[in-house]
Design a protein around this ligand. Sequence first.
Ligand code: ZN
Length: 187
Amino acid sequence: MFIFKKRFSSALEIAQLGNPVLRQKAALVANVQDEAIQHLINQLIATAEKYKGVGIAAPQAGQSHRLLIIASYPSERYPHAPNMAPTPMINPSIIDHSKEIEKDWEGCLSIPGIRGLIPRYQSVEVEYLDRSGYGRKQILSGFIARIFQHEYDHLEGKVFLDRIANTQEIMTEFEYQKQIVRQDGTR
Ligand code: ZN
């Protein structure tokens, strides 16, 4: 019990839709080694864990920095998510992407209770600084590529609702769990 409490102690409050910070273009991180940035990375990882997110971007915690975390694992929110250790990406960019686009259901900690069927590139080649400040280049595909594109949008002041082509492709979390998660074993 104590361990859990300690682990979650640095979780931050999530900015929700309507908060202007979610509509700002986030600023580049000047110094990855900065103590405040390193602390923020730890807090974001704790926040994603506490709220069962598979990713989180700094603006969602009210911090308008170009910093996102991918932390994918299967949960009740995303039962088919692959496992990926929490990976901070600082000043990320998309340098290439597949022609192929896939639609899948997404949710967002900043938009609780809503799911949307969102088109995303099937794979993206990305560049970023890791938390030690080293430049990394990586090809992400499938669900991980989706998480990246969702979180990257947050750095640009966008949310997944902006990418919905058709308002009939919006569902409540209740219906999503009932229709998509429980009735389709393949997802
Ligand atoms: Zn989000």
